[in-house]
Design a protein around this ligand. Structure first.
Ligand SMILES: N[C@@H](CCC(=O)N[C@@H](CS)C(=O)NCC(=O)O)C(=O)O
Length: 219
């Protein structure tokens, strides 16, 4: 299946780790946003919202929004291994609800606040110093994650990483390459190191995040 992506993009990396977890091979289609490739008519025909990651399955089914893609991959391609699918995306309604909560926390709070604080500094406006209110709000998001991880091995609890861990791993790798010191959030740091060591494709996550990290060093 075709996968429109960029290595530096956190949501793309979350999908790549999910594909690695379920053993799906992605046909990588590098999509250079800086060159406006996502605004070309061919791409807009696939995804009028012009964002990556975008997945095109064999029969032409198109899907974007990384967390929706993660769920699709596990449901459609993880089914051959019921135990694996259960670990990545538990079927119990309450366990699954917590996975969803963490996924939505990631998109709406954890990554969002990262973007609100850092993007003005690295894209467009090139604001030299971050806004203190936005920094506080970003740090509050990290404190929330640290609290979720208190006494837990994984972001949605349980004994195994779920797709919520994969999504948040991609986000936290991005915080790391921004040069933000995560050591203040002990549970986050512990979880990040341990989970990165066991999740398939975590090395590519770190590698890709470093590509994104170039925006910070070029500031
Ligand atoms: N919430 C979306 C975020 C997608 C997103 O913002 N992608 C960026 C790259 S990281 C993009 O494609 N930007 C270009 C655009 O939206 O026009 C997801 O998780 O997939």
């Amino acid at each position: 299946m075709d996968f429109y992506y960029l290595p530096g993009s956190a949501p793309c990396r979350a999908v790549q780790m999910t594909a690695a977890a379920v053993g799906v091979e992605l046909n990588l289609k590098l999509t250079n946003l800086m060159a406006g490739e996502h605004m070309k008519p061919e791409f807009l025909k696939l995804n009028p919202q012009h964002c990556i990651p975008t997945l095109v399955d064999e029969d032409g089914f198109v899907l974007w929004e990384s967390r929706a893609i993660q769920i699709y991959l596990v449901e459609k391609y993880g089914a051959h291994d019921a135990d694996l699918a259960e670990r990545l995306y538990p079927s119990d309604p309450r366990r699954r609800a917590v996975v969803h909560q963490r996924l939505f926390f990631d998109v709406a709070v954890l990554y969002q606040r990262f973007a609100e604080y850092y993007y003005p500094q690295i894209f467009g406006q090139k604001v030299p110093v971050g806004d203190p209110g936005r920094l506080r709000s970003m740090e509050q998001a990290l404190e929330f994650l640290n609290t979720f991880l208190e006494g837990e091995q994984y972001v949605a609890g349980g004994d195994d990483p779920t797709i919520a861990d994969l999504s948040i791993l991609a986000t936290i790798a991005t915080y790391e390459v921004a040069g933000y010191d995560l050591r203040r959030y002990e549970n986050v740091q512990r979880w990040y190191e341990r989970t990165s060591a066991i999740v398939p494709g975590a090395d590519k996550n770190v590698e890709g995040a470093k590509v994104f990290g170039r925006y910070f060093t070029q500031k």
